[in-house]
Design a protein around this ligand. Sequence first.
Ligand code: SF4
Length: 360
Amino acid sequence: MNKDLFRHNLLQWHQQIDRNLPWKASKSPYFIWLSEIMLQQTRIAQATPYYLKFVEAFPTVHDLANASEEKVFKLWEGLGYYSRARNLHATAKKVSQEMNGVFPDNYKDLLALKGIGPYTAAAIASFAYDLPHPVVDGNVFRVLSRVFKIEEAIDSTEGKKIIQAMAEACFEPKQAAAYNQAIMDFGAMVCTPKNVGCEHCEMQSFCGAYHGKMVDILPKKTKKIKKRDRYFLFVIIEDQDGCFLIEKRTKKDIWQGLFQFPLIENEQAFEDTKAIKKALRQNFNLKQKDFDWLYLTDTFKQTLSHQYIHARFLKIKMKKVPLSNDSQLLINLKELKNYGFPKIIDWFLKEKVLNLVFIP
Ligand code: SF4
């Protein structure tokens, strides 16, 4: 009974709101796919300028496929979760080269593409082709667990099963696109993680969490993500011509595919100059006579989903900077803007003047 009421109220609520987002008017699977990949774990306000930049730079999937990896990463810079950019580029190449630029028109084949999981496949299938696949993501988990007072942890096998079954039972297959858009918007605008909009909510009269005073504790989770601390020292090496050494991150780790200044990672914080000199000797075989010390910054901190990054930046000057592998290159200051860097390096490049601590 309440499932019918939920569906009815949801669709009615959605007809009254006008959420003017740049990808909404489109039925193009390419634009829908772009927007859905960008919106994964990302707020709409943050993703929108990136979407507009990509659409302008790559109006078709062929344009994206033919772009260099550097250009794709540069445009993605700051959006985080960089494996999305890698998968995006790989899928664009596949669709462009093997599918004649046409995205699959069914759920199963969409799901087979890199970077497309069940949620994104359901979103593209319903928004582009009106196929009856309900979207189930964090928004949907939150809304359904609250409205139907589902107390099983949403990260447990049982909890996932219950919510999936509920999502299918509430779904309106005859209005797949409208229903999916409505539940996503409802989760983003009304039944939000914080500052929940219960007071003016269409579901209030029958919402289990609201009447059970459980809005703040639903949805439940069993696992708490334990974040680890990582301590980085980025070494900015400038040569006598004013060029800097940068290198591409090629290992399977955070920021793969982006560029950085040569990096030393340590188990503990880089607190004193003695530890830094030792690290330079051990990691880069650099002795103090080989270079001039310029400056060392305070610590910059960045919180990622599973890690806390603590980074300091050391700048040194050498007559000649040898390249030690294919991923390294020497560039001048103007060329820095052509390469995609992790956010923490971007912060440094913008704010370095404020944080200088000179090494004695
Ligand atoms: S009443 Fe509150 S908790 Fe229930 S659906 Fe509405 S916003 Fe969510």
